[in-house]
Design a protein around this ligand. Structure first.
Ligand SMILES: [Zn+2]
Length: 488
């Protein structure tokens, strides 16, 4: 959430610090205008920020007024040249040089200088094939005008290829270690299954046919229509010993969990009273959970971001769909005007608006993430397929609520209390993958000083990540993906 955004003033790179600098710059401009012959320009640079990442590196100029600029891409060597009109070569602009990290995936170095009176030139020496995009953003939240230069690598990282490279050997090991289906006996079925039985059930259903996974958009049958283990065993033992025609050779598959740490880069999310950034703690929690998921023999995690850079909401969904994720979990920390608000909550998508006033407020702020994070409208339209809008979400919402309940049951054992005992619903853009059960977890209130402390505590993060993993496992134990696939 976004309340209390930019409450912190001691960070040199914060917009408030920038504003102080801008005020000082404004004062010196006035003195120059009165005393010196040099022409000074009114458009003060409030801040210059760089967000390096493998996906893309973003350079943001924040200014009092919109910046007029000309840009050109020059080849051999690859350079991106930008002339900023009516801007002074301020210390903030000079600092850009030192803000480029030596290991920046896209930028080799930047040079900044006074090209001619009234024009500051920035020259980015780019790595091979880097493609720049630029756009401007109007003032929003704590930001003034922003001019954004996004530098994309020649070949953008493909989440699917990276996941396969990371987990290919694990998929093979799982396939080799899984006994053929006919050798697994059905569980007794009576009463509450023991942990071992759940485990066997879980392992059993981690198998599926080879080949691409069918679409899940067709409505799944009611749970009582799904074939039970006993029934399927019976099918195999009909005396003809031929497999069912629709089944190919059995192979185990890894279950893929998309983890989505909220916010990032220009979008800090909520900021606690001690200065904790939501984007930072949710990334830490997500990394802990990733490690635990990857340690499971039959699971793997994909993160929509694993560093401090902004990912538009639609792109987060797109990445999860690219890897054909079995589940999607967006991880956040809540905020409210009152510091006493506390507890965790879990949200699923709503087609008909939010289920409570709190959810309604949260819906607005979560969906504002793109405005604050900064999205290039032109390319985002192209990137996020319109097809998403037409697909039915009824089945997805039902599954998401079941997944959310499984998570709440486990989070409740870790958190002091749950903010809401039931899965809430709101129209969050990030939950709109039509074919992936998707939830948004508000882990705690970062605006509550005690919970802010929890969120920073490695031991608490660890307990929370364990609870989230348990919730994921509990969901799969009761809702094996294979049953849905088989009937789709
Ligand atoms: Zn958030």
């Amino acid at each position: 959430m976004l309340i209390k955004r930019f409450a912190r003033t001691d960070d040199a790179s914060s917009p408030n610090a920038g504003r102080r600098r801008a005020l000082r710059a404004g004062a010196s401009t006035l003195i120059l205008a009165l005393t010196g012959p040099r022409l000074a320009f009114a458009n003060a640079i409030v801040a210059v920020r760089v967000w390096p990442a493998r996906d893309y590196t973003r350079v943001t100029l924040e200014t009092d007024n919109p910046v007029k600029f000309q840009q050109q891409l020059m080849e051999s060597p690859n350079r991106f040249v930008i002339d900023l009109d009516e801007v002074d070569l301020s210390p903030a602009l000079r600092d850009l040089v030192s803000k480029i990290q030596p290991n920046d995936p896209q930028i080799m170095q930047v040079r900044v200088g006074q090209f001619k009176p009234g024009v500051v030139r920035m020259v980015f020496d780019l790595k091979a094939g880097v493609k720049p995009q630029s756009f401007t953003l109007p003032p929003v939240a704590g930001y003034k005008y922003r001019t954004v230069f996004d530098l994309y690598p020649a070949v953008e990282p493909d989440p699917l290829m990276e996941l396969l490279a990371k987990s290919g050997h694990k998929a093979e090991a799982l396939a080799q270690n899984t006994p053929p289906a006919s050798s697994i006996s059905p569980s007794s079925g009576a009463g509450t299954p023991s942990t071992e039985e759940s485990e066997a059930f879980f392992q059993r259903y981690a198998q599926r046919e080879q080949g691409p996974r069918p679409s899940r958009t067709a409505p799944a049958p009611a749970p009582d229509k799904m074939p039970t283990l006993a029934q399927r065993k019976g099918d195999d033992d009909d005396g003809l010993s031929t497999p069912l025609p629709s089944r190919g050779p059995k192979t185990a598959r890894l279950l893929t969990i998309a983890l989505d740490p909220g916010h990032g880069g220009e979008d800090p999310g909520a900021i606690g009273s001690s200065g904790t950034y939501e984007k930072v703690v949710v990334l830490q929690i997500a990394k802990r959970l990733r490690e635990k998921i990857d340690a499971q023999p039959n699971m793997r995690a994909m993160m929509t971001r694993d560093a401090d850079f902004f990912v538009p909401l639609g792109v987060r969904v797109q990445k999860a769909r690219r890897v054909d994720a079995d589940l999607f979990m967006s991880i956040h920390a809540d905020a409210f005007t009152s510091p006493s608000a506390n507890g965790a909550s879990v949200f699923a998508l709503s087609e008909r608006g939010a289920t409570s006033a709190t959810a309604r407020l949260l819906e607005k702020t979560q969906n504002a993430s793109d405005l604050i994070g900064g999205v290039n409208i032109k390319t985002n339209d192209r990137a996020v397929a319109h097809a998403l809008l037409d697909m039915s979400t009824t089945a997805q919402i039902r599954d998401s609520k079941v997944f959310g309940s499984a998570l709440l049951a486990e989070i409740g054992t870790v958190a002091d209390r749950l903010h809401s005992k039931n899965v809430e619903q709101a129209s969050f853009a990030v939950l709109k993958a039509p074919d992936i059960p998707s939830v948004l977890v508000e882990t705690a209130f970062i605006s509550n000083p005690k919970e802010e402390q929890y969120l920073n505590d490695p031991a608490y993060q660890e307990r929370l990540a364990n609870a989230l993993l348990k919730g994921i496992r509990a969901y799969f134990a009761k809702n094996p993906p294979i049953a849905k696939n088989r009937t789709a």
